[in-house]
Design a binder for this molecule. Sequence first.
Ligand code: GLU
Length: 433
Amino acid sequence: MLRFAPSPTGDMHIGNLRVAILNHIISKQKNEDLIIRIEDTDKERNIDGKDKEILEILNLFSIDYKQVFHQSNNLKYHQQIAMQLLIDKKAFNCFCSDEALENDREKLKSEGKPYRYSGFCEDLSDELTFGLDAPFTVRLKKPTHDISFKDTVKGEFNYKPFDVDSFVILRTDKTPTYNFACAIDDMLTDISTVIRGEDHLSNTPKQIHIREQIGYLKEIEYIHLPVILNKETGKKMSKRDDASSVKWLISEGFLPSAIANYLILLGYNPPCEIFSVEEAIEWFDISKISKSSAKFDMEKLRFINREHIKNLDNMRLSKILGFADDEIGKLAKVFMEESNTINDLKNKIAPIFAPKESLDGFTEELELIKKCIEDAPFFDKFEELKKYVSEKTGLKGKNFFMPLRFALTGASHGPNLSEIYPYIKNYLGEIIK
Ligand code: GLU
């Protein structure tokens, strides 16, 4: 079983979508199910409706999952298991106040040392703690041995007990921390492989330690994906980068198939540049992903998007553009030379069907041409229409071609009218207005 575990705390990041797509691919390759776990235990950071939005995006990208569940539904298991760890003396109640912890943190910082829990509450007697009427967290005692694991992409890791530390598993309100809920849920759902962003690498020894303390020894394969950097700044793509939001990319007219193609390509050397997720399932080898961070390249994404639009079935493209006629799909493809996104295409097609009221310097000629085309018989070929309109109006040269192009396309420049005409000839009644 594999899992994708998004937090409903903001717009879905392309890094998260990449994690989802690779989970989908690996689940297909391993012939194991994928589940979606909405990690909603941090109530302060949850945003209403984001869980639905995440699922909509997963559907848009045809991520095939067996089940969705909200992590908060497992609260009783998290609390029961924490209780058991307390009974077994593997965990302890910690009464240290936020101020006391902050003082320790400042003190260690001023000494140039990393923060670690002081161990103050670890050995308090039960008699003492039972009588205390103060808020407390539950901490898991740090391990007594090193925690090692091998990451399929990033390699071998070894953490000292000091680095794992005695960390909080239940907050004062008795809700689980991320590491605790995650480790328990991975166990309860029998996860075999965890694929996630490399920002979670340092959480892995904590999660392994939690499961070891419960006595669950099944080994989970960890695959941490390198971060995606902004090409210009060299920093991790953050909320400030529009392109980090999947929703933004879609609204800009990038096709899901192209976004998926681009994200699979990041840090990978594929046998071909343009492919579908189904094709990638055939050859993708996750162990061959580059260990180093990948740079987000908007130009490359535009190029890939263009290729995917070109490969779309004409009727499908027409529907994406808001029509239901494969002629409009063909018409759009005439504009592909100068377009990279669906929005670029909409910006070319919409003026064709918009009213053409005036054209600077040629308003009279435009009226003449419109009237002439309105009264004209049907012409199958552009050359025939051109000849007819030119003869009827007596217009020549620029005075003819500029307003004719404008009357037919709503633009002053663009592909040859003879290339466009075959796909608009049946719409002249709607176009000439
Ligand atoms: N909720 C975490 C995140 O969105 C998931 C981490 C994990 O996959 O374990 O980053």
